[in-house]
Design a protein around this ligand. Structure first.
Ligand code: URA
Length: 422
């Protein structure tokens, strides 16, 4: 077998055989297939697609490239959630302790942000002392003693995906449904969760811009999970508008704690409860009431124990950016659009995200939104507050915000999109 013949098969719109797929994933993981060859193959897959058999085999080969975790020693059923990524998507933070408070164990392997979407680990790292990197034994211990753990995937889990994802990120080949589906599902299946709820984002701030593409991604991932014995369900949710009223690391932790304290923005609370219900149902936990567990403080108790078990101080002051800049509403009326992509890019430019994998992020940087679509705004009153430690970034961030919102005349009939679409 050689890489050139595999690339030619897909370049010429052929089907890759099981043997070709197994060989190319294994050889790439071992360094025998070069990055430039794998990027040519990834581009051929992006342009010409893969059928269900090819995607299933590709996923199985990526799982087989590393170790598999096993949570069968736990006394509770396991449930995990994966979001395909968005702006202001802090849902994992309140959701993991909430589902644990309701009786399931939540092994949540999460990622860092890259580009305009935020990453759960970057957010949690704004809590003084909190550690994302745990050994497998530490992860199991935190999960067993608190009911939930949020940490980085170890190097041993689907190493083929780790290499391939970094390559796709710099070769314009992230947005291929077969590659996204196999990337996400190889990690989730190798992680060993018994059930999985997928939050497939749709809209300007998401990888999937249309509902049709989101449906295809969702059904491909549900099929992969089900074939590997993981009870998998998917919700399609809105990402045309950012979630909640903040985008940025410490800003989002603060908002998540508000949700755990029984408050917080309505859309974040609604999606957290909807996903919790799906996770508990998929895990077979009956008679739990996530709304009650938010209101009575039991989810907050799990959060505090989970943060402390990973070295964090749940009572510590969160970092605040050194500089703020307020954008005021240019007219009065009804806010009819607040674009998730533009807000995500602006937060990233302020320092909340990174341009290269090795870049540091600013814990306090990001954007506070003072109104969401459907709200009334008043000329001259604050619409957005920008936060950064490096004020020379304000101009660059403001360029992204110039066309990020629309305001219609007062009294305009407008209904905001629902959070859960399907
Ligand atoms: N998240 C992943 O883990 N992989 C992708 O390909 C896209 C989003």
């Amino acid at each position: 077998m050689d890489a050139i013949s595999v690339i030619r098969t897909k370049r010429d719109r052929g089907e890759l055989s099981d043997e070709q797929i197994d060989w190319v994933i294994d050889a790439y993981t071992r360094g025998e297939v070069a990055d430039e060859q794998m990027s040519a193959l990834a581009m051929a897959i992006l342009l010409n697609g893969m059928n269900r058999r090819e995607i299933a085999r590709w996923t199985a080969a990526m799982i087989a490239s590393g170790e598999r975790m096993d949570f069968s020693s736990l006394s509770r059923p396991t449930a995990d959630k994966h979001s395909t990524g968005g702006v202001g998507d802090k849902i994992t933070l309140p959701l993991a302790p909430l589902v644990a408070a309701c009786g399931a164990a939540v092994p949540q392997l999460s990622g860092r942000g890259l580009g305009h979407t935020g990453g759960t680990l970057d957010k949690l790292e704004s809590i003084p002392g909190w550690r994302a990197l745990l050994s497998n034994e530490e992860m199991l211990h935190v999960l067993d003693t608190t009911g939930a753990v949020i940490c980085a995937a170890g190097d041993g889990l689907a190493p083929a995906d780790k290499k391939l994802y970094a390559l796709r990120d710099v070769t314009g080949t992230v947005e291929a449904i077969p590659l996204i589906a196999s990337s996400i599902m190889s990690k989730k299946i190798a992680e060993g969760t018994g059930s999985l709820v997928l939050d497939v984002k749709v809209g300007t701030g998401a990888f999937m811009k249309t509902i049709e593409d989101a449906r295809e991604l969702a059904s491909t991932m549900v099929g992969l999970g089900t074939d590997h014995g993981v009870k998998t369900v998917a919700l399609l949710t809105d990402m045309a508008t950012p979630l909640g009223l903040t985008a940025g690391n410490a800003l989002e932790v603060r908002e998540s704690v508000e949700v755990l304290a029984g408050g917080g923005p309505a859309d974040v609370v609604e999606l957290t409860i909807a996903l919790a219900r799906e996770m508990l149902d998929a895990a077979g936990v009956k008679d739990a009431d996530p709304a009650k567990a938010l209101a009575d403080g039991s989810a907050m108790d799990v959060w505090r124990r989970m943060i402390a078990a990973q070295g964090g101080d749940p009572d510590a002051e969160l970092p605040v950016a050194r500089e703020q800049h307020v954008v005021t509403a240019p007219s009065s009326g009804v806010l009819t659009r607040l674009d998730a992509y533009d807000i995500g890019v602006a937060a990233w430019r302020l320092g909340a995200g990174r341009a290269r994998k090795e870049d540091p992020v600013q814990a306090g940087a990001g954007i506070e939104m003072h109104a969401k679509p459907g709200d009334t705004v008043t000329e001259g009153r604050p619409l957005l507050t920008l936060h950064t430690d490096t004020p020379e970034r304000f101009d660059y961030a403001l360029q992204s915000l110039a066309r990020s919102y629309d305001i219609a005349a007062a009294g305009t009939d407008f209904t905001a999109s629902p959070v859960v679409l399907e």
